[in-house]
Design a protein around this ligand. Sequence first.
Ligand code: KIV
Length: 271
Amino acid sequence: MSQEIATRRVTAPEIRSRKGGEPIVALTSYHAITARLVDNHADILLVGDSLGMVLYAMDSTLGVSLDMMIMHGKAVVRGSKRGMVVVDMPFGSYEESPAVAFRNAARVMQETGCGAVKIEGGVRMAETIRFLTERGIPAMAHIGLTPQSINTLGGFKTQGRDTALWPLIKADAKAVSDAGAFSVVLEGIVEPLAAEISRETSIPTIGIGGSKECDGQILVLEDMLGYNPKPPKFVKVYGTVGAGIDAAVKAYADDVRARVFPGDENVYLLK
Ligand code: KIV
């Protein structure tokens, strides 16, 4: 018996087919409340391992575990209906071998119900991307400034300032595309290089601090909402959520201190 599906999610092949077409709107989301709101407008909801820094105040993403990603992935899938949910594979969960990556990515897919996983790395991860996609796990790649490699990159540094390194970064883009990734995040890559990669790569490029020639853009939601007091320089801040929360909490604290209890006017106090 066939069952009508009320809403259908965006799929990896649909994102793949947007190369050179309608720009792809992507945002991070870490829990159900933001997922509901982001889902109204975005094609992709990324459960990024940036949650370690944004939600848990870690110094880097290296301390994020697979269990954390699964918990947050479940919440975002529950909170959304239409957008494609992509869950980041955290540091240590996929680099060892394609087989280890498959086992952990399969767990993420099974336990969260997400539509794809994201892994950091270009040429070095191409074999793993092929292994996953050939076995039913859509993979989004992430090259350029890959935050899980800050210890080898020497920090959160823009990539491609030295044009001698451009061929290596371009080779990363080609390798993940040839391996079957359905899209690739270009993070922290100088604009002319991100533009060239976008023109030369056959899968959609999704920029973060990239180029407007990318096929889509992604931002960390809390950065663009005005939640993060120090967003990265390239972020356009669209909201004033941090100031809004501050004003609301201050008004609440003022009320409590004045013994005006929330709801006094319109809620029956318990007797
Ligand atoms: O973890 C994350 O939020 C990301 C985006 C910045 C692309 O990987």
